[in-house]
Design a binder for this molecule. Structure first.
Ligand code: SAH
Length: 226
């Protein structure tokens, strides 16, 4: 069983992590702080991102950049992850579905802030690796499964929050249905070069949506990877 250097040293130390948190907290857009949610910032201060990237890249883990994680996928850029989390968790959300586990980093952040996290990934080696990381970090409130995120996880729904980490062309109807009334979905939508990060709220009147910003995510691909 692989052992992880949880504490890190130098570029992977808690101090490097704290500097990333400071950098995120200082980011501004139109003179306003972009990341103001203290819960989100403290989750970033807690979860060691360096164990969610390949060892050869661990020294880059606390820079605000996306990094390759194999299988043509990437661990998302910290500021993007922070924005998505902040939008999703405008109010506490107990039961959250994440579509696209990837490295598992965002899952681990969600696990700090939500009671129960369900996550679906279509690439088995990524899922297996993410599970080992949750185990190493003793994260117990995450259930992860191999599956096609276009189907969500109907047996576990409805969810008070759904976070999609790869971009479908249009918001999947199935996922909208698995959102609880009062729930919120954060999802990048659109094709290459023309994506929008959307926030969708479900009320008893129906669905309302707003665009947060332009986005650049890997595509949400139908079916399991063969
Ligand atoms: N938040 C993750 C992002 C990973 S990239 C991180 O920071 O590591 C998006 C992930 O979505 C990839 O791992 C990709 O394999 C996965 N994905 C793409 N289409 C999917 C689908 N239909 N179902 C489940 N996962 C999917």
């Amino acid at each position: 069983m692989k052992s992880y250097d949880l504490d890190g040293i130098g570029m992977t130390s808690a101090r490097s992590r704290a500097r990333l948190v400071e950098e995120l907290a200082k980011k501004e857009k139109a003179g306003k702080p972009m990341i103001f949610d203290q819960g989100v910032l403290s989750a970033f201060a807690t979860v060691p991102r360096h164990i969610f990237v390949e060892e050869a890249m661990a020294h880059l883990a606390y820079q605000d950049r996306a990094l390759p994680i194999g299988h043509g996928q990437t661990i998302s850029q910290p500021v993007t992850v922070a924005i998505m989390m902040q939008e999703l968790l405008d109010v506490p959300r107990a039961c959250v579905l994440e579509v696209g586990t990837g490295s598992g980093f965002q899952t681990a952040l969600l696990a700090q802030l939500c009671d129960q996290v369900f996550t679906v990934e279509r690439v088995r080696p990524l899922l297996d690796q993410a599970r080992r990381r949750f185990e190493a970090l003793k994260i117990r409130n995450v259930s992860a499964k191999l599956g096609d995120g276009y189907q969500g996880w109907p047996e576990k729904g409805p969810f008070s929050g759904i976070l999609v980490t790869a971009a479908p062309r249009a918001v999947p109807q199935v996922l909208l249905e698995q959102l609880d009334v009062g729930g919120r979905m954060v999802v990048p939508v659109g094709g290459d070069g023309n994506q929008r990060l959307k926030v969708i709220d479900r009320s008893d009147q129906g669905y309302g949506e707003r665009v947060v910003e332009g986005a650049r995510f890997v595509p949400l691909v139908k079916g399991l990877r063969t």
